[in-house]
Design a protein around this ligand. Structure first.
Ligand code: ZN
Length: 141
């Protein structure tokens, strides 16, 4: 069994920035020698998440609105009273949407659906520099 590790660095803008990582993740998988196994993507940080969605402006807006209904920005959060950084809603959103996802790798390919992209959601209330960790675990040729 092999484990190979990669990183992606990127800058995000504030308030539910959505960035399609599919191409960059596929690039890392292409570099790895692993042909069958699991690819794990993880974002360290308490105000960002990873999900899959069709990267199309209509559904991205729909998702942003659904998230706004779940954890609205303009209400009181205990976190903000304690820390004063004003991003209680960002923490709640990130917890609900989770910091990682895994994708089966079969014959060297990510088994994503045709309209299913890997998307980073940055919920923080200020621009951030994010590090995305990728681990590919499995067997090679
Ligand atoms: Zn905070």
């Amino acid at each position: 069994m092999l484990i190979q590790r990669y990183e992606i660095f990127l800058k995000t803008s504030a308030r539910t920035d959505m960035i399609d990582l599919t191409g960059q993740v596929q690039e890392k998988l292409d570099k790895s020698e692993i042909t069958n196994g699991i690819l794990l993507v993880f974002v360290p940080g308490a105000t960002a998440s990873l999900t899959t969605i069709e990267y199309e402006s209509g559904v991205l807006n729909d998702l942003a609105r659904a998230i706004e209904r779940l954890a609205p920005e303009g209400i009181n959060y205990e976190h903000d009273l304690r820390w004063g950084d004003g991003n209680g809603y960002s923490h709640v959103r990130a917890a609900l949407l989770k910091p990682s996802l895994s994708v089966p790798v079969i014959d060297g390919r990510l088994t994503l659906g045709t309209w299913q992209q890997i998307v980073l959601l940055d919920f923080d209330n200020r621009p951030r520099e994010r590090r995305i960790l990728i681990q590919v675990i499995g067997e090679g040729n």
